[in-house]
Design a protein around this ligand. Sequence first.
Ligand SMILES: [Zn+2]
Length: 483
Amino acid sequence: MSTNVTVVRNAAWIVAWDDANEQHVYLRDADVAFQGTEIVQVGGHYDGPAAQEIDGRARLILPGLINIHTHPSSEPLRKGLTDETRSPNFWHSSLYEFLPVFAGDREGAIAGIRVAMAELLMSGVTTVADLSIPFDGWLDTLAESGIRAVAAPMFRDARWRVAEGRRIEYDWDEQAGREAFAEAQRVIELARQHPSGRLSGMVCPAQIDTCTPDLIRDAHDYAKERNMPFQIHAAQSVNEFHEMIRRHGVTPIQWLKDIGGLGPHAIIGHAIFLDHHPWLHWTSRNDLAILRDTETTVAHCPTVFMRRGITLQSFGEYRRAGINLGIGTDTYPHNFLEEMRGAGNFARIAMGTVDDLETRDVFEAATTGGARALGRTDIGRLASGCKADFVLVDIKDPSMMPLREPLRSLIFVAADRAVRDVYVDGVCVVKEGRPLNIDLSAASDALEAAQQRSMERVPELDWAGRDAEALSPMVFQTVKQIP
Ligand SMILES: [Zn+2]
């Protein structure tokens, strides 16, 4: 009998899926077997013929992690630029004064995707949702990394324009929005038909305040009809909250519900400024219940907000309200295990108590919560019949030891340092901690060159003509010599 079964033999720890109780559990000293792209056995001893065996005695096996919100074509080149920028007239959101200013080109986008995919894979991510402006070569760049990717081509009707440094003006062009929506549909079809078999699509009107209600409703209908996920940025700044109140007299979340933009297919990035958020001092308390009742998912990306003193209030509160949560890395670093650590830590700080959540809540958001958001039950869990997307962690790495509790060692301390091998669709894409399909050093050089080109264009894009140094001063002055 011919076989292409691979067995990870005698794994010390396995985070396995208990289907009857719908939860992750630990297994000790057991096998994981996969054939082609599919897992065929989790636990016990695999007795069948195996073409290949991997020694699991010093390994923790996890389901591949799921990242439901990234912008890898644009964010990586902002390292060192937008880490701690200030925007006092816009509650320090970086959206309006900085995002349009530190812009990349096509080469920079490709380099950024390569760098981000390498970092995600090395930190255990096997599925990623990429929210990008589509460009020629985008899908192939995602596919060649070896990751499982959900392409989310963004489109919108309006652009932000900062007027006099104190107001956001919206430059509307609905025809351009419709054309971009049509182009997004075409790209999503190309993703679904991609020969890698690892790409799919997500419908993504970019931001609640830059899209007409018709565009959002049509996009959500399009996603529902094709059983695809839908994502929109909403409740992501104080500014946007008040803009929606000014336009419609209701909160961003209430308005999305009113126009038919919420539901089990919908993901809201980032849903921070709901009506209960303390920065708003708003009177109503309806938004959490709306998200729960509509079965909408929240994509939580703590790092990008934490840098500006902003947190979700809070991860545990949303969970207790009954809302499905997934995790994303909106910006660099694309270190998903560190993002998970941040999600737990910031929630506890926000609520002033360790009691806000458990590590299992964060791990579920990073696995089954993300899978649910994407409408899938074949990823984010280790069980027979699921995709062979999994991570092998070295429990003998010093960062994991002493090993009493493997997930705590991994999330609170080791992160990517202990990740050794990562498999997507049964194919090894990270070996001994290094990505096999990405030349990370070459991609990093290309990204640095793209950052240089980007910085040269800053004065022509900034509303006040400032340069990169004025917008983002260096930490220290550079001197010729010490006097
Ligand atoms: Zn985002």
